[in-house]
Design a protein around this ligand. Structure first.
Ligand code: ADP
Ligand code: 3PG
Ligand code: MG
Length: 433
């Protein structure tokens, strides 16, 4: 049971609401939004507030602009999308604090919506600055927290702002926390965690916890690169951060120790799709890391050439290979619950023809297996802004048991860690405001 107050626990009629959302939506280099999944997810709470005749000021971050104005991370592109979803005018202001914002808030009437610019354009957001938070809270009556995807960040719009306003959760936030907590409290076993994507520094440490709670861990995406490197494989131009190498080695050692005790698998890709450019016209090939299954078959009866087991200097790993995809999909036939966060490869590169890009086949295979295409269908919990965005783009989100808007946040919650954005909210049993 959700232990924090929500918008349903307080009287919000005609109040001025500061609404925090996670509109950290995927976009192209010009800032155009490529998936509106996170925007759609905020609509029920906005509708609820409108039904209660509130005026609403919306704040969010987008990308990692590090305290500076970076146009590709502007939230301006979100305003027309939100406006269309709500069938209502959404006014955008190109800052989230300052005089123009305060005047606009004072003039905002019941039923009107203001969308403010990216909070991370100010350094006070990430430093959880009280003065910055106070300016966010000025001219508001209540704070509603709906940014579940950002709940693992102790930032001003998640934490410090709650010092200045009575603070409650929105509908999405409550549903995410409840659903994920319920599944993870008593998952149908065996439990498989598939972890990919690109936010390595954020997610790698959580693997330590998953080694304790999961029965099968499969690694894909850029996350796999650091482990392949730790295993002595030259990953050439692949996305990798050497800072994570000692931790990757520790995690591998811990995983191997648990696997030796039995009934646990830590699976690194055995083959990968590689190319020397990230483009739909890129020539791709498959490299076999350990089993040489694909290249053995291709070269039979001769031995496979060395190049089929190594990256060239200018090549990058951009997806898991077909053998690895098939192995994970096969193992999934025995699995009760799958939690998946982070795509297996680059999913943003469009294909030459059809909906599937050249580096998205690994993710597609995982999707098919999760949805029971090969016979057995496990309970499926998917997370991550980019992962959920891809499912939305493929129009298949509804087919999963739960698609979380959170990436790092949902992993932290699954691993039983506290979320600063959650703990900052008022407890349900505290006296009614
Ligand atoms: P999520 O938003 O789902 O939590 P992340 O933000 O961690 O996931 O990572 C998603 C990103 O990872 C996608 O933009 C995808 O292009 C990228 N990605 C996946 N595999 C690779 C890879 N092998 N090399 C580079 N980027 C990758
Ligand atoms: C996410 O997409 O995981 C959240 O919006 C948090 O973004 P961040 O990883 O840049 O803090
Ligand atoms: Mg992401």
């Amino acid at each position: 049971m959700f232990s924090k107050k929500t918008i349903k626990d307080i009287n919000l009629d005609n109040k001025r609401i500061l609404l925090s959302v996670d509109y950290n939506v995927p976009g192209d280099s010009r800032g155009a939004v490529t998936s509106d999944a996170r925007i759609k997810a905020s609509v029920p709470t906005i509708d609820y507030l409108l039904d209660h005749k509130c005026s609403i000021t919306i704040i969010s971050h987008r990308g990692r602009p590090e305290g500076k104005v970076v146009s590709e991370y502007s939230l301006e592109a979100v305003a027309p999308i939100l406006s269309k979803l709500l069938d209502k005018q959404v006014r955008f202001i190109d800052d989230c604090i300052g005089e123009e914002v305060q005047i606009a808030k004072q003039q905002l009437r019941s039923g009107e919506i203001l969308l403010l610019e990216n909070t991370r354009f100010h350094s006070g957001e990430e430093s959880d600055d009280l003065d910055f938070a106070k300016q966010l809270a000025d001219n508001e009556d209540f704070f509603v927290q709906e940014a579940f995807g950002n709940a693992h960040r102790k930032h001003a719009s998640m934490d410090a702002v709650t010092h200045f306003l009575p603070s409650v959760a929105g509908l999405l936030f409550e549903n995410e926390v409840d659903t994920i907590t319920n599944v993870m409290n008593k998952p149908t076993r065996p439990l498989m965690a598939i972890i990919g994507g690109a936010k390595i520094a954020d997610k790698i440490e959580i693997l330590n916890k998953f080694i304790e709670i999961a029965d099968f861990i499969a690694i894909g995406g850029a996350m796999a690169n650091i482990f392949l490197l730790a295993e002595g494989i030259d990953v050439a131009k692949s996305m990798v951060s050497l800072d994570d190498l000692p931790l990757a080695k520790q995690i591998l050692a811990k995983a191997k120790a648990r696997a030796e005790k039995g009934n646990f698998t830590f699976y690194l890709p055995q083959d990968s799709v590689v190319a020397s450019k990230i483009d739909k016209t890129a020539q791709t090939r498959i490299v076999d890391w350990s089993t040489h299954v694909v290249s053995d078959i291709e070269s039979y009866p001769a031995l496979p050439p060395k190049s089929s087991q190594q990256l060239k200097k200018d090549e990058m790993i951009l997806d898991i290979g077909p053998f690895s995809g098939a192995f994970i999909a096969g193992a999934m036939q025995l699995i009760g619950t799958v939690v998946w966060n982070g795509t297996m490869g680059i999913t943003e590169t469009a294909g030459l023809q059809g909906p599937i890009g050249p580096f998205a086949h690994g993710s597609e295979l995982i999707i098919e297996a999760m949805l029971g295409e090969f016979g057995h269908r496990p309970f499926s919990l998917v997370g991550g802004g980019d992962t959920a965005g891809y499912l939305e783009q493929r129009n298949i989100s509804d087919a999963f048991n739960h698609v979380s808007t959170g990436g790092g946040a949902s992993l932290e919650l699954m691993a039983g860690r506290g979320l600063p954005g959650l703990s900052a909210l008022e407890d349900k049993n505290k006296g009614v405001q």
